[in-house]
Design a protein around this ligand. Structure first.
Ligand code: F0G
Length: 481
């Protein structure tokens, strides 16, 4: 939630009390340089103990509520028929209005099962934008991901409220070209992660459904960030300003045929699920659940996490919970805009996204500007963000680098974890870095895994710019922090 102060400024306001805290440490810049060098200039390979702010992801890093923690204490650890499962089923039925539930250990496990069940070699899977794990699973099954976003989606300086919308003309054309029987399904991602957490509108979701339903194609929503997408619909779509998040989510689910999600985001747990009212879809996936995940009533999740998810699904429909990350992101983005740092607008759902191609326009895309900026920002702040650019794209079949549509440094905002002073600090160090951006150079791989290389790949700097940046930092801030 945001609140207006008497001078007219708007600030995010925490609608909760903090009762448990975790200590962090701010290491001096020299130590940060050493840590990022050891990590191969890949922020994924940093150790938690070396971080001051962990803005790598909002996945599994949110603060749980007291009610979630309490629910974990009464979990039922039965291998089969666990009461915890039935409590989650009750929540899914109540909030999503879906009858059938398949629990999985996290979002990509749901993608694996969908790929296994519905994607056949040569198929296409149209979507508003891909996510890394989604694409990997659908490609591994022999499918081809088609990203059919609208003209504003990749504009990083936009005021379009729904950059996550699907372009209906492109969708119609793609289906005609492939033939409906070669379309596995259509996927809509709630707040498109890789292009800045940008939502789709209810109207667009409805139009997509109206287009695909008569062709016998089913509509899948990736609901990992469903409460944030619902929050934006409430804020930005005419006619929804007084609709509750619960009713908006229910309406989205009534349009979709199936929803899968990573519970690590909106639901503030660790786990995932697939839910639907379509018995035929459920029955097709179900046999694979115990093969790849676990028995039908736990699917790879611990019973404690299942209990926390049952509560988290209800709590994410609270306006204050649904907006807890979005309003903090808006504040963070606002600070950076004031300081002239290039960020993606409008502010999205899960993170503040810094536009690396505008930030360091002297670093060519072949030298991974977003990866370089993520490493440079860690040196300048002790805060860890994530590269969302060409490092996050795997090579094509001929082994060529695939340039990403956007080069973004993602600074994720886990729900209810950081406060205004953290955002002020991060914005200040980012501004310092922007003023010294000419010191930042490119990166090159020296260790590169074949799939999802961004997780474990190691890089080195082109020229020793890490040391030059550290020296400039020490000149301004001393050898302390
Ligand atoms: N779909 C979306 C939209 C996601 O953002 C993620 C994960 C997944 C699927 C996969 O879920 O991690 O539970 O297996 N996003 C994380 C992130 C990893 O950092 O953005 P998972």
């Amino acid at each position: 939630m945001s609140i207006r102060l008497s001078d007219g400024t708007e600030i995010p306001i925490e609608m909760h009390k903090v009762r448990i805290v975790q200590k962090t440490r701010l290491a001096p810049a020299r130590e940060r340089l050493k840590a990022i060098e050891e990590a191969g200039y890949n922020t994924f390979l940093l150790r938690s103990r070396d971080l001051f702010l962990d803005m790598l992801t909002d996945s599994g890093t949110n603060a749980m509520s007291d009610n979630q923690q309490a629910a974990m204490m009464q979990s039922d650890d039965a291998y089969a028929g666990s009461e915890s499962f039935y409590r989650l089923l009750d929540s899914v039925r109540e909030i999503f209005g879906y009858e059938y539930l398949l629990p999985v250990h996290q979002g990509r496990a749901a993608e694996h099962l969908l790929a296994k069940t519905f994607v056949k070699p040569g198929d296409v899977i149209p979507m508003n934008y891909h996510f890394t794990t989604t694409k990997a699973h659908f490609n591994l099954a022999g499918g081809k991901v088609l990203e059919l976003y609208g003209p504003e989606a990749l504009n990083t300086q936009s005021s379009h409220p729904f950059k996550g919308n699907m372009d209906l003309d492109r969708l119609r054309e793609a289906i005609t070209q492939a033939g409906p029987s070669n379309v596995s399904f259509v996927r809509m991602e709630a707040t498109t992660n890789l292009i800045g957490g940008q939502p789709f509108s209810m109207e667009n979701l409805r139009q997509v459904k109206a287009l695909v339903e008569p062709l016998g194609i089913f509509l899948v929503v990736d609901g990992s960030l469903i409460s944030e997408n619902a929050y934006f619909i409430r804020q930005r779509e005419a006619g929804y300003e007084n609709t509750s998040i619960r009713d908006i989510i229910r309406e989205m689910m009534s349009i979709a045929d199936l929803c899968y999600l990573s519970g690590r985001k909106s639901c503030s747990v660790r786990g995932g699920l697939i839910a639907t009212n379509r018995k035929d879809l459920h029955d097709a996936i179900r046999p694979w659940l115990p093969v790849y995940e676990g028995f039908f009533t736990y699917g790879g999740m611990s019973s404690k996490e299942i209990e926390a998810m049952a509560v988290g699904i209800r709590e994410m429909t609270d306006l204050e919970v649904a907006g807890s990350s979005a309003d903090a992101v808006k504040y963070f983005v606002g600070l950076l805009l004031q300081k002239g740092v290039p960020v993606v607008t409008p502010a999205g759902g899960l993170a503040c996204h810094v536009d690396a191609m505008r930030f360091i326009d002297h670093v060519p895309q072949s030298e991974y500007p977003a990866g370089a900026l993520a490493a440079a920002f860690f040196i300048a702040s002790g805060a860890r963000g994530m590269e969302r650019g060409s490092v996050s794209m795997d090579r094509d079949e001929e082994g060529r680098d695939v340039p990403s549509d956007l080069e973004l440094l993602r600074l994720a905002v886990p729900r209810r974890v950081y406060t205004m002073s953290h955002f002020q600090y991060a914005a200040d160090r980012l501004q310092w870095l922007y003023n010294h951006r000419r010191l930042i150079g490119g990166l090159e791989f020296y260790e590169e895994p074949p799939v999802l290389r961004f997780f474990a790949g190691r890089m080195k700097t082109k020229g020793d710019w890490g040391t030059a940046l550290t020296e400039a930092f020490e000149e301004d801030f001393g050898t302390g922090c």
